[in-house]
Design a protein. Structure first.
Length: 343
């Protein structure tokens, strides 16, 4: 059908058929002159106007997007949000969209992530509504639901995916540990020197080292780290926080799942008692998310990484298009780009 619809948009002889723009034809905040040049270039390539091409493509994309069969076979589901525009929400609606991603593994055990849908808003309600619309057969088939540490999405999973195991994303957990170290460094910097970090300050000079994994440090970097910590007894707090973050990271690096879970259980049972307030706060967060945190080692390392990869594809296509004005076109274009229209 698509080929038939495009018959009237065949390129003229001697002209390339290469597409250099998104399927929606929306160019965001480009100037009027820039948009005019862009459309003239498309006209030369295709021998017709972009509106003609989009009128042929859009009905077919709408039909594919409405086909519920593309939701079949989803056993692992990821969710995340992203910002699709940066203008006044009164003009274009909510800036945030919630995206659902199929993270099911194939017969070889590899994840083949594909975008399932994009809905307005960043809330548990938006996610729960989408799950409810998919029907009981879809929800019962989902065994694992990966998410970032956002309580709204967790509530939606509890309400709509009662039999699924919620898994807290590994990347975001490690990021929380790294952020705690950085908070301790900044606080100790203020307490000892009375100002923010400056060139020449011991703690300011190791901020990048503190964000790296211990196994990746060179001998020179290790020496710099120890020199900065030994420069003042108060810096010991920074070193302890860094060791805690490394312990959290080591749980995910363990090759044996049982060993990794053992380290994770030790982390979640001890961090909240740490005298360093930032580490204790991290410990309380992990205790609140205990089941979802430990589920990583019970689900064969399920995570939300595929969802982040799909977000990267979305960001790329939005940049290539210089933004979108129409959310309907945006959704169709991203479903096409990120595999969402493939059963």
């Amino acid at each position: 059908m698509l080929e038939k619809n495009l018959r009237g948009a065949a390129p003229r002889a001697g002209h390339s058929t290469r597409f250099d723009h998104d399927a929606s034809g929306r160019v965001g905040d480009r100037s009027t002159a820039s948009r005019a040049r862009h459309h003239r270039r498309l006209a030369r390539q295709l021998g017709t106007s972009w509106k003609t091409v989009w009128r042929a493509i859009e009905p077919e994309l709408v039909r594919l997007a409405a086909d519920e069969s593309r939701f079949e076979g989803v056993t692992t589901l990821g969710v995340d949000e992203h910002v699709w525009h940066h203008v006044d929400p009164r003009r274009r609606g909510p800036k945030e969209l919630t995206g659902m991603v199929d993270l099911s593994r194939d017969s070889a055990g590899k994840t083949r992530a594909r975008l399932l849908d994009l809905v307005p808003g960043r809330s548990g309600k938006a996610y729960a509504t989408w799950l409810a619309e998919r029907g009981p057969a879809f929800r019962e088939n989902v065994n694992v639901a990966a998410l970032d540490p956002f309580a709204g999405y967790k509530t939606a999973i509890n309400d709509q995916l009662e039999d699924a195991t919620a898994v807290l994303d590994a990347f975001h957990v490690v990021k929380l540990g790294t952020a705690a170290v950085d908070e301790v460094r900044r606080r100790v910097q203020q307490d000892t020197l009375g100002h923010r970090g400056r060139k020449g300050d011991p703690l300011f000079g190791i901020q990048t080292i503190l964000r790296a994994g211990a196994e990746n440090l060179t001998e020179k970097q290790r020496a710099r780290l120890l020199a900065a910590i030994n420069a003042d007894p108060a810096h010991e707090e920074v070193f302890i926080a860094w060791q805690c973050a490394q312990q959290l990271r080591s749980a995910y690096q363990a090759k044996d799942l049982a060993e990794g879970r053992q380290i994770a259980e030790k982390v979640v049972d001890s961090f909240h008692t740490c005298p360093i307030p930032e580490v204790a706060r991290l410990g309380r967060t992990l205790r609140r998310w205990r089941d979802a945190f430990l589920a990583y080692w019970a689900t064969g390392r399920a995570n939300n990484g595929g969802t982040e990869a799909i977000n990267g594809i979305i960001e790329l296509h939005r940049r290539l298009a210089r933004g979108y004005r129409n959310r309907h076109n945006y959704r169709l274009r991203m479903l096409l780009a990120a595999g969402g229209l493939t059963p």
